[in-house]
Unconditional design. Structure first.
Length: 146
């Protein structure tokens, strides 16, 4: 199982915001710190806003902040929200044309594995990712120490 870069960027944005909850970083700042395209992060941030994970503050001195507390943001929920297609193989998705589907047990096995993967992610929140490493993460991102 591999997450798309879209989900990876969504999680990185949330981590960035959680590390410094008292600031309002901009998309440009986050893009610069991660070395990611600003335009791509704008799309991801927009979707995170739709999901209530991120709030935007407009105007002078505006920027981004978490839309929920870090304790309320479950990693599994973010992955489900940002991944467009969790069908690991064709038979799990719409438009399945695999001839083996009526007798093959692979779909069930991979479906079980996917559920296990997501249930592990559901155990963790953004706060768990940050944990006691908030200062270390801020330093790795080149941010002023907290």
């Amino acid at each position: 199982m591999r997450l798309s870069s879209y989900s990876d960027y969504a999680l990185r944005i949330l981590i960035y915001l959680a590390v410094q909850p008292d600031r309002l970083p901009t998309i440009a700042e986050i893009a610069d710190h991660y070395g990611i395209s600003k335009n791509h992060l704008m799309k991801v941030t927009h979707q995170l806003g739709i999901g209530g994970y991120v709030e935007t503050v407009r105007g002078r001195g505006g920027g981004l902040r978490l839309g929920k507390s870090a304790e309320q943001i479950r990693v599994g929920d973010v992955v489900r929200f940002t991944e467009q297609d969790l069908a690991i193989v064709e038979c799990m998705g719409a438009g399945n044309e695999c001839r083996l589907t009526p007798s093959c047990k692979l779909k069930g096995m991979l479906g079980e594995a996917l559920q296990a993967f997501l249930s592990v992610l559901d155990k963790y929140t953004l706060a768990d990712i940050i944990g006691q490493q908030q200062r270390d993460l801020a330093l790795l991102l080149g941010l002023a120490t907290i």
